[in-house]
Ligand binder design. Structure first.
Ligand SMILES: [Zn+2]
Length: 331
């Protein structure tokens, strides 16, 4: 699969009538594509994937989820935001190779960080060598795997929320105000919930919801330990909402997990969005809205915001790789 084919798969959702919009921009100026299924009134949840470069199987899964929910008219009394590919710059490097980076110095810098290798199939970071799922401001830098120098994985950034993709996802979350979020990653067939210093009431709430997700997927539910700075962690820590990381794909599969595994992964995850939405509705009274950063904008504003960012496919193609490096040649 090429990067263009991956984006094409997301954009093809427009052919069945789903509206795409941008959740924000990457460092290189690519659109972070999103859609919404269901009603803009009532409880909202948010599902995001592809924050790690090599984990684009999560984007393909979410395309299938959004398509089937929309075609079956399954979502009522609330809505589901899908943010398909939070790290498009990184996914392009994994799918198209390091020569997709048009800027000479950036390319050499990335190869240096990759131990001199031009094989970027295992790459996780964004174009700045920051692991986006460690860059959120939730005990930033406190994880056992964190590193503090640019690297193909686990570099937390020079300061929290330094990366444009992270800022985009935070801003989009604050605008859409989901009562629950799911972050799709690969691999391991496991669901993580909870975060350090979370109140016991919220741990119990999140465990109860998580057990429903575990029951639907067959993935065990595990309390997060020694991992910080992720989107899930930020949702729990700052917004006080239930948030989950779901790792799809068998632990024995090599990265990146290919499309041939999509049918099995979809089968296990097809009910996750609706169960998550129904549980968010059920527990809405127990989800804390007192936090000052989750109190603004009514749903009509969200709708008009979403409609203001329709995808223009032509400009998306033209903007690829053109922002940072001007008219540098592609190689
Ligand atoms: Zn991941």
């Amino acid at each position: 699969m090429t990067y263009q084919e991956l984006i094409g798969r997301i954009v093809s959702l427009q052919d069945i009538g789903l509206e795409l919009f941008n959740a924000g921009k990457s460092v290189l100026g690519k659109n972070i594509l999103a859609t919404h299924v269901g009603d803009y009134s009532g409880t909202q949840i948010l599902i995001q994937g592809g924050i790690h470069a090599r984990e684009y199987i999560s984007s393909l899964l979410m395309v299938e989820q959004a398509k089937n929910l929309f075609l079956n008219n399954s979502v009522h009394g609330g809505g589901i935001y899908f943010v398909f590919l939070t790290n498009p710059d990184g996914a392009e490097i994994v799918l198209d190779g390091i020569n997709a980076v048009s800027c000479d110095i950036t390319r050499q810098y990335l190869i240096l960080a990759n131990n001199g290798s031009t094989d970027f199939s295992q790459y996780k970071a964004n174009i700045n060598l920051v692991d986006l799922n460690t860059n959120f401001n939730a005990d930033w830098g406190g994880g056992s795997q964190n590193v503090f120098c640019p690297a193909t994985e686990d570099f937390v950034g020079f300061y929290p929320e330094s990366e444009r993709e992270v800022q985009s996802l935070i801003n989009f979350t604050l605008k859409t105000k989901p009562l629950l979020t799911i972050s799709y990653h690969s691999k391991g067939n496991v669901i993580y919930y909870g975060f350090e210093n979370q109140s016991s009431e919220n741990v119990a709430r999140d465990q109860a919801i998580g057990e429903s997700l575990s029951g639907a997927t067959g993935y065990p539910l595990i309390f997060t330990e020694n991992s910080t700075g992720g989107y899930k962690d930020w949702c729990i820590n700052s917004l006080k909402i239930p948030a989950y990381t779901i790792e799809v794909g068998d632990a024995n599969l090599p990265h990146p997990i290919g499309e041939e595994n999509l049918p099995e992964i979809y089968e296990r995850n097809k009910d996750v969005p609706l169960i998550a939405l129904e549980k968010a509705k059920e527990f809405s009274q127990a989800i804390d809205f007192s936090s000052p950063i989750v109190q603004n904008k009514n749903n009509e504003n969200v709708k008009s915001h979403a409609k203001g960012y329709h995808v223009r496919m032509q400009s998306l193609i033209e903007r690829r790789n053109s922002r940072w490096c001007g008219d540098s040649k592609r190689r």
